[in-house]
Ligand binder design. Structure first.
Ligand code: ZN
Length: 369
């Protein structure tokens, strides 16, 4: 039984009851009858069935319980250890569904649960449902994923980001036209990275990366524009998200959620995304359709893109490049683009001067005369 022998320890050791309706603390005593009776001087006792009593999170040294049949916010706080032990011994189901903690804990718990459920979805639904799953990944999550990937890419390609001002300006102009024609409302950000591999790829959250070797091989703005439009097509269809799921980016996703996005997971992610990001053949054809649509909208021909790819790979096809992996054969793509060839009706996407500046975007500033 609770005993309030002297006032000091009575305050420290008091059993406090919140009725779940008002904010008021009620100092109560407990009686263990066929049910728990919560008694307060001058009030009708409240009775809680032992089987309905559940423990909720509370500070150390205090037993805090709620009751399934009471108002959801009703709480009983027992500080007296003997009394707590007595109650615990009578409540067989005390530990079931210990979830309804304090509100902060609840929010944190909920967001962790949301994160975990994404991971579980990714892991278990993976082989079957990537197609259906990708559109369901929350935009905010995709954004976060894109930002984390960008950090990695910038780390991997640390000082190889090409950013000569005149080239940047030309590149931004080209991208803006393509983005608008593709009807993408999200901010598309693209970076040119200096590498020997002719490639381009898109990452979640509107990131497009262009490898300088592809820029070097491109002979005119339309060739490059077609490739970039293809990547925008992947962004529009959220293929990158799907591709990431397909490619077993699960470990990366988990690393992202739990803060381990360094070392091995970064490498796994980078190698998969940069080298073998193989979308389905259908996704590739759809992305090529976006190229055709965008180039026509701008009054330009998609054929130069086919020519660029053909020049890079010949008939064999360099299957390690994401602009090629999983794609229809380069020859077939060139054929398709050729069938969609139209004489230009729109202005050139870049002036000769802008094109020259873009081609020189990676040139070291020191080389400038
Ligand atoms: Zn593609």
């Amino acid at each position: 039984m609770s005993s309030f022998a002297d006032s000091a320890s009575a305050q420290d050791n008091a059993t406090v009851y919140f009725d779940g309706i008002s904010n008021r603390r009620h100092i109560v005593s407990l009686a263990f009858a066929h049910a728990l009776e919560i008694r307060e001087e001058g009030a009708t006792p409240v009775s809680w069935a032992y089987d309905d009593i559940r423990q909720t999170d509370g500070p150390a040294g205090m037993l805090r319980v709620s009751c399934l049949s009471a108002p959801p916010l009703a709480r009983l706080e027992i500080r007296d250890q003997a009394l707590a032990a007595e109650l615990v011994s009578r409540c067989a189901r005390l530990g079931e569904n210990r979830a309804g903690g304090g509100s902060v804990g609840k929010i944190v718990g909920w967001s962790v649960a949301a994160g975990v459920s994404i991971v579980l979805l990714v892991l278990f639904a993976l082989p079957f449902a990537a197609d259906r799953l990708a559109p369901l990944v929350p935009k905010a999550f995709e954004q976060r994923l894109g930002e984390a990937s960008e950090v990695q890419i910038k780390t991997i390609f640390s000082d190889r980001v090409c950013d000569r001002a005149a080239g940047q300006a030309a590149y931004a102009k080209l991208l803006k036209q393509l983005r608008e024609a593709a009807g993408l409302d999200t901010d598309v950000q693209s970076t040119v990275l200096a590498t020997e591999v002719p490639n381009a790829f898109a990452l979640p959250g509107g990131k497009v990366y262009l490898f300088s070797a592809l820029l070097t091989k491109a002979e005119n703005p339309d060739e490059l524009a077609g490739v970039l439009a293809h990547e925008l097509g992947h962004l529009r269809h959220r293929d990158n998200m799907r591709g990431m799921i397909y490619d077993g980016g699960a470990s990366f996703l988990i690393g992202l959620l739990f803060g381990d996005i360094t070392g091995s997971s970064a490498l796994i992610f980078a190698s998969r995304s940069l080298v073998t990001a193989s979308y389905s053949r259908e996704a590739e054809q759809n992305a090529d359709s976006v190229t055709i649509e965008v180039m026509h909208k701008l009054g330009r021909s998609p054929k130069p893109m086919g020519e660029l790819l053909f020049r890079i790979t010949g008939k064999e096809g360099g299957r390690n490049l994401s602009i090629l992996a999983g794609h229809p054969l380069t020859e077939d793509r060139l054929q398709r683009m050729t069938a969609e060839d139209r004489p230009p009706t729109g202005p050139p996407l870049l002036t000769d001067k802008e094109w020259a500046a873009l081609k020189a975007i990676c040139d070291p500033v020191a080389k400038k005369k």
